[in-house]
Design a binder for this molecule. Structure first.
Ligand SMILES: Cc1cc2nc3c(=O)[nH]c(=O)nc-3n(C[C@H](O)[C@H](O)[C@H](O)COP(=O)(O)O)c2cc1C
Length: 208
């Protein structure tokens, strides 16, 4: 039996990434999001257009995307209810958000220089990507136009060595992403079995 319900949020379990952008004064801003999906060498993110991140991204056209592993849950949670935007928009004030100018320090995270973009990567994140903004769109316009979907092209990727085998491929069992599942943090469990896609996929992409 299924029941017809109307959940307030539809967070069915997506990885948490921390986006790093550059503020107008040249300092970095970081913000966690979980509205993200990937295709080929690009990704699509969904974020409030009233965030400092989207303002920075539209102005500078650059960001880094840092995937949080499960052990970074406390740092991510310290970033919750913070914004790099001052004054804090009223709707966020009423939710308890506060303005934090240095979110790296606030979360206990370390900026590390990127190679191709201005925003720094986050040292503690095992997967770091440098990215350029391709396009941005108003998302769900009928709900007020306050949501932005942004397409990002990944142009450099840095992976923590401990996740790699001796052929520089990521070992899936070693990667434990932090997952936002409704409003609780999860991570991945044990392997069920390899996907049937693995063989043709490996042939097509890793045959060299
Ligand atoms: C785990 C987690 C996931 C989040 N996911 C999203 C998201 O997908 N989209 C979004 O707009 N905000 C998301 N947020 C809220 C933003 O981090 C928040 O709006 C923040 O104030 C943005 O910071 P900024 O204004 O400095 O850019 C998430 C927060 C947390 C803690």
């Amino acid at each position: 039996m299924h029941q017809t319900i109307q959940p307030q949020i539809l967070y069915f379990g997506t990885p948490v990434v921390i986006i790093s952008t550059i503020n107008p004064d040249g300092t970095p801003n970081i913000a966690p999001i979980s509205s993200i999906w990937w295709m080929n060498q690009s990704c699509m993110i969904g974020m409030s257009s009233r965030s400092q991140t989207i303002a920075n991204l539209k102005r500078e056209q650059q960001c880094t995307i840092n995937l949080a592993s499960a052990d970074l849950v406390h740092a991510v949670d310290r970033l919750a209810l913070t914004t790099g935007l001052s004054p804090v928009p009223e709707y966020k004030q009423s939710m308890g958000y506060v303005y934090v100018p240095d979110k790296f320090e606030h979360a206990g995270l370390t900026p590390v220089a990127s190679q191709t973009v201005q925003p720094p990567c986050i040292q503690e994140c095992p997967v770091q990507m440098e990215a350029l903004l391709e396009q941005s769109y108003v998302f769900d316009a009928k709900s007020g136009g306050h949501l932005c979907a942004a397409e990002l092209k990944i142009n450099r990727i840095h992976i923590e060595e401990a996740l790699l085998n001796d052929r520089q491929r990521i070992v899936a069992e070693r990667w434990h992403p932090l997952i936002m599942n409704f409003c609780e943090f999860f991570t991945t469990g044990t392997t069920i079995y390899p996907s049937r896609l693995a063989e043709p996929f490996t042939k097509q992409y890793y045959s060299s």
